[in-house]
Each structure stands twice: as structure tokens, then as C-alpha cells.
Ligand binder design. Structure first.
Ligand SMILES: [Zn+2]
Length: 399
């Protein structure tokens, strides 16, 4: 049965707003996207979007489904049984969907439990976004992520760790290039894996056709990852001119995760002191780095790091407001969360409003290219559509 969405604006995912256009959906796909005149004589079901904007569903390229945004999420996960972790990961996937996220990338889970959630959602056995997952984070002894990750040292072990993730069924490989904010005793500016270890891990993933994402904050670690051929740099806090130049040359994506730092600083009362100290130290330079990368014409794909302290699943749209707050135009922020994110995640049927694409939509009040709060604040969301079906947004309120 077909449905015509018309009356309001359409943001196509690639940066353009269209007036007086209709989106005709049939069997979960976009049958036609054209000016209203083309639909004269249409007698089927319609959805009136007057006063609203229809855009592709948001795509979040960096979340952790097993974590719930507690002050110390890793410590909480360690207390739970595998069954409890799996159930909460499903709930988080559904909260994300209810918040307008129709596809997401899990950048590090626990013992592959999140793969069960991914498979159930992707196969339509459970309601949820399209999910891609990395499995266990690959990190060095003492390195960032070691509480949940696969610790590997030296080229042979890094290669073996990558093979383990592929054997377990990962969609991409997550490998840590530097220290980070959430792990005690490590410095975000320090490179962790050596350049040969990074190149070996990324190369092994490539051999099996898996993209790679690297947690990379300091410039030396960013360069190790970029020169090794990584697909995306996560966080990119200290990227300098050299990093930007090489990322542009290599077509490396940047996933900023401004929300991760922002939410930690906002809840200084409930997060460990060493986390606050590091988050405060890196916040301003992070914002400047992301803006500089944008202004240089780099590929930015939206990611929140949802699951980290007070960075809740379902509030993912806040990342767009943070991008706009540092001077990125709203159109570019929305493109980062739709077309560019779909490109990074290799989801050719998503992230754009065009004939043949999947009917994954977010419909929001007003015009988000004029006021990003219309996307950032779920109170302005009118509807979330996944595969052509209306999502029950009461899922967002499940505790
Ligand atoms: Zn993360």
C-alpha cells in the first residue's frame, strides 16, 4: 500500500531543502520523490506534513549499546549478567530509534552480546534501527578501552585480535590509536599503538573487506591511523593541519562525538575527577579541531558516543546542536547525520531522500535548517518512520 507524504518541506540528506515536493512510499521504499504536480490524481493514503520537514532518519556512527550513560558505565556493565546486558542493549537500540535514529554503528561492546541485538533488529525480529557493530575494541595493554576490549600487543597479536572479531561476525573493526578521557592514567594526547601495529590491524581488516574506526585523539595517533588506511577517525580532538591535510588526501571520515565531552562537563558532580579534568582540558581544542576540519572541506559523519556518562540513547540529535554551536551550518550538520553517515556506514539505501531508497524518515516541526533545535530536541519530533512504518515513540520512555 502506498503513502504520499506532502504539505511540508523535504530535506534530501545532501544539503538541499525542497518546497512543494511529495515523497511517495510503497512497500517500505521511496517510489517517487518529485514536485507536487507530478502527483495530481493520486488517490491513495496521504500524510500531511504541513508546517514540518521530512528528512532521512538520523544515522549515528558512534554509540555503545551495552552502556547506559551512568557516571561510570564500564563499572556498571561489569556488574551485570550477559542476559541483562543483552536486554539493555536492545532497549537502547529501541530508544535510539524512537529518538529518530534509524541506523547506528556500535563502536565497542561486551563479549559480542550486542551482535544478538544487531541481528534481531536487522532481520526484523525486533523493532530497531539498522545496526552495524565492531565487537570488541582492540587496544594495547594498559590502553584506553581495556576494561571491555580485546587487549593485544605486537603485530602478530593485533592481527589475531582482528581475526577474532571477524570470526565473531563484526561489520567493522575498532582499534585504539591513542589514550582517552574515560580510562584512568592514560593521556588522550599519547599515541598508543605504534604505527606498524596500527597498519597491521587496519590492513588485516581490509583483507577481509571490513572498514576500520580508530579512537584517535592526539595528532600522532591520528596520523598513525590515517597512514595505516583507517576509514574513520573517532573524536579527533587534537587534529592539526598535517592531520587535516592527510585525512583530506585519504578521504578519511571524522566522527566528532562532541556530545561525549559536553555531557561529562555538564555533570561534573557525578563523574570521576580524573575524567572531568581531562574532559575540561580537551573541550575547547576539540571544538576548534572539528570546526577547522569542516572548514577545510573534510568528511564529517555524525556520532555521539551515546552510552558514555549522561550521553543517553535517544538524545542523539543533541550532537547536531553542538555542531551548529561551534559554527557548522545546520545544513552541513544534518548532512553529516544523514548522507555522509550513510556513506561511512556503507548503507547505500539510507541517508538520502531519493527514488529507491529505504523509507526511513524523521519528521520534525518547522525547518531544522533554520533552527537545529527542531532535530536536537525530541519534543519537536512529529514522527519516526522505519522501513515505511510508523515507530511507536513511547519506546523512548521505557526505563
Ligand atoms: Zn566510544
Amino acid at each position: 500500500m502506498s503513502i504520499l507524504y506532502s504539505g511540508g518541506l523535504v530535506f534530501d540528506g545532501q544539503g538541499e531543502i525542497h518546497e512543494n515536493h511529495g515523497v511517495l512510499v510503497d512497500e517500505g521504499r521511496i517510489e517517487r520523490f518529485a514536485s507536487l504536480g507530478e502527483f495530481d490524481g493520486y488517490r491513495g493514503e496521504t500524510v500531511d506534513t504541513t508546517g514540518a520537514t521530512l528528512l532521512p532518519g538520523l544515522i549515528d556512527c558512534h554509540v555503545h549499546l551495552v552502556m547506559a550513560g551512568e557516571g561510570d558505565p564500564g563499572a556498571m556493565v561489569a556488574k551485570l549478567t550477559p542476559g541483562q546486558i543483552t536486554m539493555r542493549a536492545l532497549k537502547h537500540a529501541q530508544q535510539s530509534l524512537a529518538g529518530g535514529v534509524t541506523a547506528l554503528r556500535d563502536c565497542g561492546g561486551r563479549d559480542y552480546l550486542e551482535f544478538a541485538v544487531r541481528d534481531a533488529c536487522n532481520r526484523g525480529q525486533q523493532l530497531g534501527p539498522t545496526i552495524r557493530a565492531s565487537g570488541r575494541i582492540i587496544c594495547m595493554t594498559g590502553g584506553h578501552g581495556n576494561h571491555m576490549g580485546r587487549v593485544a600487543d605486537g603485530i602478530d597479536d593485533v592481527v589475531k585480535a582482528v581475526r577474532e572479531q571477524i570470526h565473531a561476525g563484526c561489520d567493522f573493526v575498532k582499534i585504539m590509536a591513542t589514550g582517552g578521557v574515560m580510562t584512568p592514567g592514560v593521556d588522550p594526547e599519547d599515541a598508543h599503538y605504534s604505527a606498524p601495529e596500527m597498519a597491521a590491524g587496519i590492513g588485516e581488516a581490509k583483507r577481509f573487506h571490513r572498514p576500520t574506526a580508530s579512537h584517535a585523539q592526539g595528532a600522532e595517533g591520528v596520523l598513525n591511523a590515517v597512514r595505516g588506511g583507517v576509514t574513520s577517525i573517532e573524536h579527533g580532538i587534537f587534529i592539526n593541519e598535517r592531520c587535516i591535510a592527510e585525512m583530506l588526501e585519504n578521504g578519511t571520515y571524522l566522527v566528532p562525538t562532541l556530545a561525549a565531552i559536553d555531557n561529562i562537563i555538564a555533570r561534573a558532580d557525578a563523574v570521576a575527577d580524573y575524567v572531568i579534568e581531562k574532559a575540561t582540558r580537551v573541550s575547547e581544542i576539540h571544538k576548534r579541531s572539528i570546526k577547522a576540519f569542516h572548514d577545510a572541506g573534510g568528511l564529517i559523519a555524525m556520532g555521539t558516543d551515546a552510552g558514555t556518562p549522561f550521553n543517553h540513547h535517544g538524545q542523539n540529535g543533541q550532537e547536531l546542536a553542538l555542531m551548529v554551536a561551534i559554527g557548522i551550518p545546520p545544513k552541513d550538520a544534518i548532512k553529516a547525520a544523514t548522507a555522509t553517515a550513510a556513506d561511512l556506514m556503507q548503507l547505500p539505501a539510507q541517508g538520502r531522500i531519493a527514488q529507491g531508497k529505504q523509507a526511513d524518515f524523521l519528521i520534525v516541526d518547522g525547518d531544522p535548517t533554520q533552527d537545529i533545535a527542531k532535530i536536537a530536541e525530541p519534543v519537536h519530533h512529529r514522527a519516526v518512520i522505519k522501513n515505511g512504518l510508523l515507530v511507536d515513540r513511547s519506546l523512548a520512555r521505557v526505563n
